[in-house]
Design a protein around this ligand. Structure first.
Ligand code: URP
Ligand code: ZN
Ligand code: ZN
Ligand code: ZN
Length: 468
């Protein structure tokens, strides 16, 4: 039969090439790529780029926090924001609370997501309590059910795993062929620096960046790499912030180790100076995230890593808290930076920032842009080739992009539940104008379609385990 929809006149961009072509869509999938295609419904993409839909592989939605503050986005608002920002799939976390069964945790997040998502979703697990039951039964069963990646933390009181626990978890991951994402910051070093700063009366949000020193990130990155090498399994170092941890990843790669790396918008746009706020005041809490943004030298290093392939993935690490009493600004947080909830919003601004600062300014190619934001996340997290490419048979997940549209980022234009953006006023050249999920337009010129047609995706084993 005929096509349901054609997208005509655009420039199709993949991780491998760019070419002029029409795309024919049938039953939510790409059925034809060619010229002169026709269907009852047509979208004119003249002057636009046609990209595989963005895949944001690192977002936090509706996670409870131990101090009772609430995250600014649930699955509805977080995925609405994602869709407006050119994304068709997001990978949020199902966070295990200590003492909780991993299976119960997953069911809990599924309930929160069910029927509320504007994009497709697939969960990573966060393993915080690697009991014998979790390691022996629950985790292997969940990997078999398609939860083929999970995150572990080397810091945070509620989440930290010691080295012995890390090795135990790595062992299970290797056996089950699950990809482990590591939050690499040294807990003891951070605690030590925090105590010292507090004893000196240095308690403003600004000092968060000193407590979470880059040395502590470098040390933990190396420790994670060494432990993964001992077990002989691949890992992803997530949210790499600067030159020092990046050098550890390059060191490992140079020795043939399978170490993958992710970085985020905050590490190319913000610096530790932003945590000063207006005058060393609480406004700096708007930029408190872990690892914190570093300095101009680290920004330059990160750009080099985005260009040369040190980084595989560019995610937002969207983790939004309002800058009010429901989020960052609690009485406790006013007494010390260590109580300020960590995380900043960014799911809607991730693609525009990388496009504008990267592609429009000539720092990276269009192909690198697509690889970092869609194709590589799909490959590493078991969604490829259904997601992450423009090819016959793939889901018709497409983002139409206007490379010439220039306007600033403004909080009032965003769709997230947060009450600020760290990127207010930043001038962006290149914006998504239409987001298409399985053939249906979910966002158009900043308006998100009201229906929540996103599905939970089942995932295959990561390509990190492919034989080489
Ligand atoms: O500060 C951050 N990044 N919060 C989110 C949680 C995490 O560690 O990714
Ligand atoms: Zn993290
Ligand atoms: Zn995160
Ligand atoms: Zn609709």
């Amino acid at each position: 039969g005929g096509l349901d929809l054609v997208i005509t006149g655009g420039t199709v961009v993949t991780a491998a090439d760019s070419y002029a072509a029409d795309i024919g869509i049938k039953n939510g999938r790409i059925a034809q790529i060619g010229t002169g295609l026709a269907a009852s419904e047509r979208i004119d993409a003249t002057g636009l780029l046609v990209l595989p839909g963005g895949i944001d592989a690192h977002v936090h939605l509706d996670q409870p926090t131990s101090d009772g503050t609430t995250m600014a986005d649930d699955f509805a608002s977080g995925t609405r924001s994602a869709a407006a920002g050119g994304n068709t799939t997001v990978l949020p976390f199902a966070l295990q609370i200590k003492g909780q069964s991993l299976r119960a945790c997953v069911e809990d997040y599924r309930r929160k997501a069910q029927g509320n998502c504007h994009t497709d979703v697939a969960f990573h697990l966060i393993v915080s309590d690697p009991t014998p039951q979790v390691l022996g039964q629950e985790l292997p069963a969940l990997v078999q059910d398609g939860f083929t990646s999970f995150k572990v933390f080397m810091t945070y009181d509620d989440l930290v795993l010691n080295d012995a626990q890390l090795l135990d978890v790595f062992e299970v991951a290797r056996r089950e062929r699950a990809l482990v994402m590591v939050h690499a910051e040294g807990h003891d070093a951070i605690r030590h620096l925090t105590r010292r700063l507090e004893s000196e009366g240095r308690t403003a949000p600004y000092y968060h960046a000193q407590a979470h020193a880059q040395i502590a990130e470098r040390e933990a990155t190396h420790r994670a790499i060494s432990h993964a090498q001992l077990i002989d399994m691949p890992i992803v170092i997530v949210h790499v912030s600067g030159r020092d941890p990046m050098e550890q990843i390059q060191w490992a790669r140079g020795r043939g180790l399978k170490v993958f790396a992710e970085t985020c918008p905050q590490y190319i746009t913000l610096t530790a100076e932003d945590l000063r706020g207006l005058n060393m005041d609480f406004d700096g809490a708007k930029y408190v995230c872990s690892p914190p943004p570093r300095d101009a030298d680290s920004q330059a290093a990160i750009w080099q890593g985005l260009r040369d392939g040190t980084f595989d993935i560019f995610s937002s690490d969207h983790c939004p808290f309002r800058i009010d009493a429901t989020g960052k600004d609690t009485p406790r947080a006013r007494t010390s930076f260590k109580w300020v909830p960590n995380g900043i919003p960014g799911v809607e601004t991730r693609l525009p920032i990388l496009f504008s600062e990267g592609v429009s300014k000539g720092r990276i190619s269009l192909q690198r842009f697509v690889a970092l934001t869609s194709t590589n996340p799909a490959r590493l997290y078991g969604l490829y080739p259904r997601k992450g490419s423009i090819a016959v048979g793939a889901d018709a997940d497409l983002t139409l992009w206007d490379p010439a549209l220039s306007r600033p980022i403004r909080q009032i234009d965003l769709h997230h539940g947060c009450d600020y953006t760290p990127y207010e006023g930043m001038q962006i050249t290149g914006w998504p104008v239409r987001t298409i999920l399985r053939g249906r337009t979910i966002a158009l010129d900043g308006q998100v379609c009201s229906e929540a047609g996103g599905q939970e995706l089942s995932r295959a084993t990561s390509e990190a385990f492919a034989r080489d």
